[in-house]
Unconditional design. Sequence first.
Length: 399
Amino acid sequence: MFDTLVAAPPDPILGLTEAFKKDTNPKKVNLGVGVYKDAGGQTPVLKSVKRAEERILSAEQTKNYLPIEGNAEFDRATLELLFGAQHALVTTGRAVTAQAPGGTGALRVAADFIASTLGKRTVWLSDPTWPNHPNVFHAAGLATNTYPYFDKQRNAVNFAGMMDALATIPEGDVIVLHGCCHNPTGVDLSVAQWEAVAAVIAERKLLPVVDFAYQGFADGLSEDAAGLAVLADRGQEMLVASSYSKNFGLYNERVGALTVVGQDQSAAEITLSHIKRVIRANYSNPPSHGAAIVATVLTDAELRTIWEGEVQEMRDRINTMRHLFVETLHEKGVTQDFSFIANQRGMFSFSGLTPDQVKALRERYAIYIVGSGRISVAGMTEGNMEYLCSAIADVLNGA
């Protein structure tokens, strides 16, 4: 049977990483995949994580299955990180959480739940969005469409276009929103804009799915949840897909969560029962180790203080690289305006580089960037900045 198959195209981002690994150029730079790098170009294990692991391993007594919804302590800690321990959603039981294998796993569980329980609704994605978003929802059998989000001329949110489009989305459809650090553009909604979006969502009776993969990487842990707070304060039903890959550095542990916000506790618990059914038919129950790390750190005052400091260090380093990138390009004589990159947030930015320029950077300088021009600022370091900016200057100047 397999002899008739034709090879599937590589993933546009992960395939880029495979090509990067095979490149023998000692100066090569990977600005494609969204993985944090420290000043030495390494993806570190956080101190808080290592200390939590030491405790877990010394106390561990079983490798038994977790429940379908995962580690209860982890689920509770996730709720409190999203909304705050004293928020009414948490204290009244209107919000419940199920552990998932990474943020992508949480999105897929959400997609399967929507398709199997709520029917074949159209899922509306920002234009542009994370390239894997359409794949996840299509795999669940859901149709997707897009709403305008990014204004390339102003390097800002196309808010007027977004609002016009949202006002025409059919009642009952699903809208995917980026909680913060919009991937791939790096431009986020203001609190006032979140308020306006929430009003349209309520009016159109849409179901928001908030992809919240970068909490803590924009302005702060609580500040980055401002959009969630706006939706929650309106009494909005929603699904929230969380990821601990970035803010805990747990990339290969696949730690995520899907949170359900219902109209009341009963609705939330009934919805969770359907989500558990979806999980049972997929991976049955989630892995233990990564969730135990997160739960240990978030519920221990000492470890949490260390972790919050580490998140701030990562956020500050990324923002420093944004400014250094803009300054170094200017020093190299680049006249094109890249100042907008310094004002954006999170791991990614749209650079404005064309596909031809991206191709030239890869072929001539072993600098790997997604074809759309999206760059991972987290892959920049003091050590590679001179080489990177010199190469970009040469390509922009037609050298």
